[in-house]
Design a protein around this ligand. Structure first.
Ligand code: ATP
Ligand code: MG
Ligand code: MG
Ligand code: MG
Length: 450
């Protein structure tokens, strides 16, 4: 299982050999009770769901202003891992990573009419010269203008699959549920440019399959639902939804053939599946991804064209594809965690292993160095685990208290140097958090398990 883990860093920039990551040095506010949590004034962001409550309790996020959060070190690690998995999936289908400015000139948005259409959700500002901008909530305009600026494109160069992972800004009327609905959040957005509708639909299927593969790898139970094309416009659209009670979308699902759609899309009198006629059920979902086949809606406005096989100019056929990066993190926590403890998709756990040495002054103190040896051994023998192991050196606390913290944070493996460390050979107590198993293993046994 761990051999599949995404290393946070390549082994070249993992910590030096012999250097141990210790908890006492980490910036990690802890043990906050709900009534002590720093909630910004205004209450528009009140504590309302499990992922938000747990993420605040263990110090994964701290509120900055309504709908805006500081992402603390563990969250940043999990997010960087998620981004690496997304990169793998996007690059496997030919995606090229770009990074467009968040400051988007008003003219581009006026050209598509969305400057007014997006209403108050668009965060607008002016520079010192009086020029107007919005803080990008999405980048169809910017990326289409970018591609249109390249005048000599040939059909032989297409398709282009351009994507980025950047902050997006939306003045949400009701920011809430922590990272699930922020006013500033990370999105992966991909924009594709093809030479024909057939090619664009092929690309559309490729990206949808990559999304399915991503959610499968994360172990997230998702639904791919037919969706409304909304203000982005276009002809074909799907939403990737995680069934969950805090979800804000209502879905119609067919348990027999897996058909699903948004409830608004169906005729209110429709009680049966349009595909197999079986009875439909309803469920709530969190929208974690959204795909659109756009046709030439944007390329015709900005004149994003290429020279076709007959030497004639032709408009690019486009698609756009969003993934809520910070939303996926919170949604995964929402789906996997218990009421009290965070559980991560194993690929995303900020650290894979936490080692607990004995309490200072306890009978087992003489076994303390075994924890250090185990640390060095694991990080030497399993290169993927370099930088993935933390040592909870707060030895003024009991093992029980530190185990409680480790349980709350959801390290996939917690390894305790306890009573049986004094045996010959020494045994470690290993908590496998994702299966709930507790086993006693020698150092060799631990290595085999990992
Ligand atoms: P919602 O219906 O939840 O408001 P949306 O349909 O407006 O989302 P899209 O424009 O489709 O969102 O954006 C692509 C993805 O970005 C969404 O599928 C979602 O995962 C993510 N996303 C959108 N709004 C937010 C937000 N306020 N906070 C966090 N993630 C968001
Ligand atoms: Mg929205
Ligand atoms: Mg939506
Ligand atoms: Mg959407």
């Amino acid at each position: 299982q761990l051999s599949r883990c995404v290393p946070h860093r390549c082994h070249h920039c993992a910590p030096e050999k012999g250097q141990r990551l210790v908890l006492s040095k980490m910036f990690q506010p802890q043990n906050l009770r709900e009534d002590q949590m720093p909630i910004p004034e205004g209450k528009s962001d009140s504590l309302t769901c499990k992922s938000q409550r747990l993420m605040l309790q263990v110090g994964l996020i701290l509120p900055a202003s309504p709908g805006c959060y500081h992402l603390l070190p563990y969250t940043v690690r999990a997010m960087e891992k998620l981004v690496r998995v997304i990169d793998q999936e996007m690059q496997a289908i030919g995606g090229q990573k770009v990074n467009l400015p968040s400051l988007c000139p008003a003219e581009l948005w006026q050209a598509t009419g969305r400057w007014d259409l997006m209403g108050k959700e668009l965060l607008k500002l002016r520079d010192r010269h009086g020029k107007e901008y919005c803080l990008g909530p999405t980048h169809e305009e910017a990326v289409t203008a970018l591609v249109a600026s390249q005048k000599k494109l040939s059909y032989k160069q297409l398709p282009f699959l351009l994507y980025q992972v950047t902050r997006k800004f939306r003045d949400e009327p009701r920011p809430r549920f922590g990272l699930l609905r922020g006013r500033e959040f990370y999105m992966k957005d991909m924009y594709t440019f093809d030479s024909s509708p057939e090619a664009a639909q092929h690309t559309y299927r490729l990206v949808c399959d990559a999304y399915c593969s991503l959610f499968d790898r994360l172990g997230l139970p998702f639904l791919k639902a037919q969706a409304d094309v909304g203000s982005i416009g276009g002809m074909l659209s799907h939403e990737f939804q995680l069934p969950a009670d805090v979800g804000e979308d209502q879905l119609a699902v067919c348990p027999s053939c897996n058909f699903s759609a948004n409830i608004e899309l169906l005729d209110p009198s429709q009680a049966n599946c349009p595909t197999c006629q079986g009875p439909l059920t309803q469920t709530k979902g969190i929208e974690v991804g959204h795909t659109f086949y756009l046709g030439t809606k944007y390329s015709s406005i900005f004149n994003a064209q290429f020279t076709n096989a007959h030497g004639k100019p032709s408009l690019a056929e486009m698609g756009c594809y969003g993934l809520g990066v910070t939303r996926i993190l919170a949604a995964a926590i929402e789906v996997f965690s218990t009421e009290d403890c965070i559980r991560w998709p194993s690929l995303l756990a900020p650290y894979q292993v936490c080692l607990l040495p004995p309490k200072k002054g306890s009978k087992e103190t003489e076994a303390t160095e075994l924890t250090g040896h185990l640390y060095d051994h694991i990080t030497e023998v399993v290169p993927q685990l370099r930088g993935e192991v933390v040592l909870d050196d707060r030895t003024h606390l009991t093992i029980g208290n530190r185990l409680k913290d480790a349980d709350k944070l959801g390290y996939p493996f917690v390894i305790i140097t306890g009573k049986r460390a004094l045996e010959d050979p020494a045994h470690f107590e290993v908590w496998c958090q994702n299966t709930g198993e507790v086993v006693f293993l020698t150092q060799e046994g631990v290595m085999e398990l990992l």
